[in-house]
Design a protein around this ligand. Structure first.
Ligand code: COA
Length: 335
């Protein structure tokens, strides 16, 4: 009996055209280009334009690019797995809206709320469904509009300088070729740290209707992050989950051709690179240009790496993420 695996056959991304530099942020808050670059590596990010971009419209643009590169019409898709922490509506999820924009009524959609690990979780879900034979072609999405979730004053500056907007997509298809496939995925979470990086409202567990409770003006309606705690856990979990993927497949760090980490912070990526003993060219970073785009960061980075010729047939590619939840995960791919 032949074994069914899954394989990424197309990649795409979309970022809003509104470039916001570190200097631009100084109009709203006390910060500086030097502080932001030194602490995070970020030079600029994109913020969406109201009336032009939505979470789902950005995902649709990324999906169309990925489908085109896979040589597929949208109607080939039988599963959408869509990761975002910033959906267009409280419910239903943005997967439904993108499905509608692509004219894919009837196919299965799954919304994933795994924050910065969202894309790795979504990829894993697609991989499992394809390997069981239930679906043949999945669209895996990471898309975020975070610029409206942040307090862009001095009070919220530790968060507001980090995050950006954008979307990335991967087409994942069934294959019987054992040489070019997703080798394995590894997923973890620890809810004990849920409030270390979170957005409280609109939350349902309150005495009154959340808007009556005056949340619109309260600090609960902006992202809250304990940066130090996030940093300390991230560096440990990144290494653990990368090593888990490597050892599950009999590889060592030196076998990796390209590590595409979630673009959380350049210092986290650099720490992981050094721990793995990898040269700079084997770790892909584009946080300088887009900031941290949460669930979108890995598919945007992977697409750019692919476009730059840094992802080649037969390469061992490692994706790894850590984020709010806490969640963390990795995917090892033989391209
Ligand atoms: N501009 C200027 N100063 C800022 C600032 C900003 N944007 N944000 C915070 N500061 C100030 C603080 O107010 C503080 O001032 P004080 O010493 O007078 O009190 C000082 O800088 C140090 O703050 P601190 O929060 O300790 O800075 P830090 O060195 O920990 O850096 C982060 C903050 C957020 C950059 C850092 O914690 C980090 O990178 N954490 C990981 C975050 C991350 O990766 N999140 C995504 C996970 S998916």
């Amino acid at each position: 009996m032949t074994t069914t695996y899954s394989r990424i056959t197309g990649l795409g991304f979309y970022v809003p055209d509104n470039v916001v530099t570190n200097d631009d942020l100084t109009q709203y808050m006390e910060t500086s280009d030097a502080w932001i670059q030194e602490r995070t590596g970020i030079k600029q990010r994109r913020f969406f334009t109201y009336g032009k971009d939505t979470n789902a419209s950005m995902a649709t643009a990324a999906a169309r690019m990925a489908l085109d590169r896979a040589g597929l019409e949208p109607k080939a898709v039988d599963l959408i797995v869509y990761a975002t922490l910033s959906p267009d509506y409280y419910f239903p999820g943005s997967a439904f809206l993108m499905q509608r924009e692509l004219g894919l009524e009837g196919c299965a959609v799954i919304d994933v709320r795994q924050q910065c690990s969202g894309f790795v979780y979504a990829l894993s879900i697609a991989d499992q469904f394809i390997k069981t034979g239930m679906y043949k072609t999945a669209l895996v999405i990471g898309s975020e509009i975070q610029s409206t979730l942040m307090d862009k004053t001095t009070e919220g500056r530790n968060v507001a300088v980090i995050f950006g907007d954008g979307a990335g997509a991967a087409v994942v298809q069934a294959t019987t070729d054992p040489e070019h496939r997703i080798l394995s995925t590894h997923l973890h979470a620890d809810g004990r740290y849920a409030e270390e990086l979170y957005l409280k409202d609109p939350g349902s567990s309150r005495e009154d209707h959340f808007i009556n409770a005056g949340t619109a003006d309260s600090a609960d309606s902006s992202v809250v992050m304990n940066g130090n705690t996030v940093f300390k856990h991230a560096v440990v979990r990144f290494m653990e989950v990368i090593n888990e993927g490597l050892s599950a497949n009999g590889y060592q760090a030196s076998d990796v051709d390209l590590l595409v980490p979630h673009q959380a912070n350049i210092r986290i990526s650099e720490y992981v690179r050094q721990q793995m003993g990898l040269p700079e060219e084997k770790v892909f970073n584009n946080i300088q240009y887009y900031g941290n785009t949460t669930a979108a960061s890995i598919p945007i980075a992977l697409t750019e790496a692919y476009e730059q010729g840094r992802v080649k047939s037969g390469d061992l590619i490692c994706l790894a993420a850590f984020g709010s939840g806490f969640t963390w995960g990795s995917a090892l791919i033989k391209w």
